[in-house]
Ligand binder design. Structure first.
Ligand code: XMP
Length: 513
């Protein structure tokens, strides 16, 4: 790891801190996020090419506000303060802050007053920036100059080129600052003189190295769901410690067509991973019998999962560590509805008291979803796993409205298979965030040949989204919808009607449940 250029991101508690780290990685520079009370000694040991101070909710004037040893500005290492980081820097060096009369929030026009400044290379004279602050710098320390302003913020960015200390009041890391990545790139390359030697391969190598250090000769257990995150975590740990890792894959019978076999095949045949597949389809179905309420289904599935997992884990001897595919959005969202559900499904926090692990292994904790996918590709996982769309832990159980039976599961699996096949044939599979069939609880009259039929209605759901929090219905072209509809009615028994869901989220949700 030490062979790479390194930038330190000093964390003052802002909500975008990992996003800053991610932007630095995108610029091919390795970075570490460290707490604000990091010592000067540690900083010097790490030999960073640059230091970035993040934003944060505090006011730099307050007694208990997070701060740094001002010696940090004397190390000759370039510093970029963002939002709170910029205010703190100015304050520590003798500048003044004031509360703005109104909190400045949202997209603003940034006028770059020093457009030939290296930090604004290829940015132009005017651009949009994202502001979110109450306090701002009103007077700069000696030797500092303004390099950008907005209508309400006369010191939107400042610089001391001699000391290589900079401050941005706005947030360059968010997408609402369209040239923000360029500005960070400029800080890294024009100011810190980075060369850009960080690629995913390095992440994989260093993750493997630190997994070996953490795990030593102990045994690790991981609940593999077949989803992207647990699959990538499994592969990384397997690469690090081989057969010290055991994965338990509970096949609950609620997966899509052929999915369970695909997961088993990839991990055992292709990668020789220590995998225990538990075929618990019948048990899950029996437990679910007669249950229609979606939350009751979830709870039921979660409980059965824990019981099956526990029984399998008890058969293994000497396992001390539990591994999870937790990714960064799970960390920030923990406590929210889905994070909680995902957690209990992946058996995080849902474990019974008597299974004792001495530690957790979470190699993907700092990564965003697309970075996890990139790691997956790097370690050789097939596209079918890496590009898998989000799939709910309770699986097809919440895509069957009403109670669940084996027959209904078979109908839904076939219809969903045809739907996905046609989307792939139309080349739309990468554009649509999630697309799946729903077995509605409705039966209606139809006619086939000369026969009157009374059969199920299949709902087609397809949404575009960035994060699943909000979503829009995908505008699938009519000819594609037509062939999906024709094929499902022709190929799937007991279905005589297809409807397409044209609601966004909100007010609807992505799943029907
Ligand atoms: P909704 O339906 O709430 O879904 O708009 C948003 C995203 O979350 C997924 N989802 C779940 N994932 N367990 C999961 O692991 C669940 O119980 C669950 N319910 C919804 C859904 O597929 C979508 O991606």
């Amino acid at each position: 790891m030490n062979n790479h250029e390194l930038v330190l991101v000093i964390d003052f508690g802002g909500q975008y801190n990992q996003l800053i780290a991610r932007r630095v990685r995108e610029a091919k520079v390795y970075c570490e996020v460290v707490p604000y009370d990091v010592t000067i000694e540690t900083i010097l040991q790490k030999k960073p090419k640059g230091i970035i101070f993040t934003g944060g909710p505090s006011i730099a004037y307050d007694d208990d506000a997070p701060s740094v040893d001002p010696q940090i500005f004397e190390l000759g290492i370039p510093v970029l303060g963002i939002c709170y980081g910029a205010q703190l820097t100015a304050h520590l060096l003798g500048g003044k802050l004031e509360a703005a009369s109104n909190r400045e929030y949202g997209k603003k026009t940034l006028n770059i007053t020093a457009s030939d400044h290296p930090i604004y290379k290829e940015v132009g004279q005017e651009t949009t920036c994202w502001m979110s602050h109450t306090y701002h710098v009103t007077s700069l320390p000696d030797g500092y100059k303004v390099i950008a302003k907005t209508d309400h913020c006369p010191i939107a960015a400042y610089a001391n080129d001699q000391k290589k200390i900079y401050g941005f009041q706005y947030h360059p890391e968010v997408v609402h600052t369209p040239k923000g990545s360029q500005m960070l790139h400029n800080f890294l390359y024009e100011v810190c003189q980075c060369k850009g030697d960080w690629v995913m391969r390095n992440f994989v190598d260093s993750a493997i190295k630190s997994l070996r250090e953490q795990i030593g000769d102990r045994k690790v257990l991981l609940g593999l769901s077949g989803g992207v995150d647990s699959s990538v975590a499994a592969m990384l740990i397997h690469k690090a410690v081989g057969h010290q890792l055991t994965c338990i894959f509970v096949d609950n019978g609620l997966l899509r067509k052929n999915e369970g076999d695909m997961v088993e095949k990839v991990f055992t045949e292709q990668f020789d991973l220590n995998l225990v597949r538990v075929n618990a389809q019948d048990l899950f179905l029996t437990k679910l019998a007669g249950i229609s309420d979606p939350e009751a289904k979830r709870k039921n599935i979660g409980e059965t999962f824990v019981r099956v997992f526990e029984a399998e884990a008890e058969k293994l001897e000497g396992v001390e560590l539990l591994a999870q595919g937790t990714i960064y959005p799970d960390v920030i969202e923990s406590g929210s509805k889905h994070a909680a559900v995902i957690k209990s499904h992946h058996n995080v926090g849902g474990l019974p008291e008597d299974i004792k692990f001495t530690g957790l292994v979470e190699p993907l904790r700092d990564l965003f979803k697309d970075e996890v996918r990139a790691v997956g590709r790097e370690v050789g996982l097939p596209d079918a796993l890496v590009d898998r769309q989000p799939f709910p832990g309770p699986g097809l159980a919440i895509r069957i409205i009403g109670d669940i039976t084996e027959d209904k599961l078979a109908i839904l699996r076939e219809a969903d298979w045809v739907y996905r096949d046609e989307i792939k044939n139309a080349g739309l599979n990468k554009e649509i965030w999630q697309y799946f069939a729903v077995l509605t609880g409705i039966k209606t009259v139809g006619v086939m040949g000369d026969e009157r039929t009374y059969n199920y209605t299949i709902g087609l759901r397809a949404v575009t989204s960035l994060d699943g929090m909000t979503a829009d219905w995908a505008r699938i072209p009519y000819p594609v919808l037509e062939s999906i509809s024709t094929r499902i009615v022709n190929e799937v028994k007991n279905v005589n009607r297809i409807v397409y869901d044209i609601t966004s989220k909100p007010p609807a949700t992505i799943e029907w449940e």
